[in-house]
Design a protein around this ligand. Structure first.
Ligand code: ADP
Length: 216
């Protein structure tokens, strides 16, 4: 049976950083909805143009578009053994669709680690975040600075500040998270799948907590 992990948490809780570590550890395909949108924006696809108009405002991309994109991605051969979903689902409509989709692949959501974070920490983390152009590696100017300013330690590519990491957009993203995505905490708790992790801890400790949940 394939294994599917849904990584839940507010923007800035450290989902992206942890997802990369967990994907390496488990060998599961890492599916980041945000990265898929950004790839489409870079390639100037129709999907990218549509998504961009929502992303720059800090709003969610409509469910039907997002679900279609994830369906395509989950159908690829590298997801045969399962996947680590980062940033999807973000609404209860998406969560219901995901359950239906995974049933098509004879699977279901197996784990939902939820990385929590307080609002002030989230704003501080997002506004100091630098992202690598080539592969989306994540740094923070104070908490996890790259060795050379503006250069990714891992692949040497240029670091940039995401347009949606600007202060006004960050605040809107957090509001959207609390109204549309936070209900998924109850949704997955009721299904007995949720495990909470304190995202205010250092990266290594969050990672250790995550791995111990996945070993259970
Ligand atoms: P973060 O988790 O740091 O907020 P992401 O990279 O996951 O950022 O997402 C960036 C943006 O992409 C979101 O603010 C939203 O506009 C869009 N997006 C990503 N995933 C989804 C989703 N599942 N549903 C709708 N929109 C999404």
């Amino acid at each position: 049976m394939p294994t599917y992990i849904v990584l839940l948490g507010p923007p800035g809780a450290g989902k992206g950083t942890q997802a990369k570590l967990i994907a390496e550890f488990t060998g599961l395909a890492h599916i980041s909805s945000g990265d898929l949108f950004r790839e489409n924006i870079k390639n100037e696809t129709e999907l990218g143009k549509l998504a961009q108009s929502f992303i720059i405002k800090g709003e969610l991309v409509p469910d039907d578009v997002t679900i279609g994109m994830i369906r395509d991605r989950l159908s690829r051969p590298d997801c045969k053994g399962g996947a680590l979903l980062d940033g999807f689902p973000r609404t209860t409509v998406q969560a219901d669709s995901l359950a239906g989709l995974l049933a098509e692949f004879d699977g279901k959501v197996n784990y939902v680690p939820y990385i929590s974070g307080s609002e002030s920490t989230l704003i501080e983390r997002l506004s100091g975040r630098w992202t690598c152009k080539a592969q989306g590696h994540i740094f923070h100017e104070k908490h996890n600075p790259p060795q050379r300013t503006g250069v990714c330690d891992l692949d040497g590519s240029q670091l940039y500040q995401r347009e949606d990491d600007k202060a006004e957009t960050v605040i809107r993203r957090i509001q959207v998270y609390f109204t549309k995505t936070a209900p998924l905490i109850t949704y997955y708790r009721e299904r007995g799948l949720l495990s909470e992790i304190d995202g205010a801890q250092p990266v290594g400790k969050v990672n250790a907590d995550l791995l111990s949940i996945l070993r259970q």
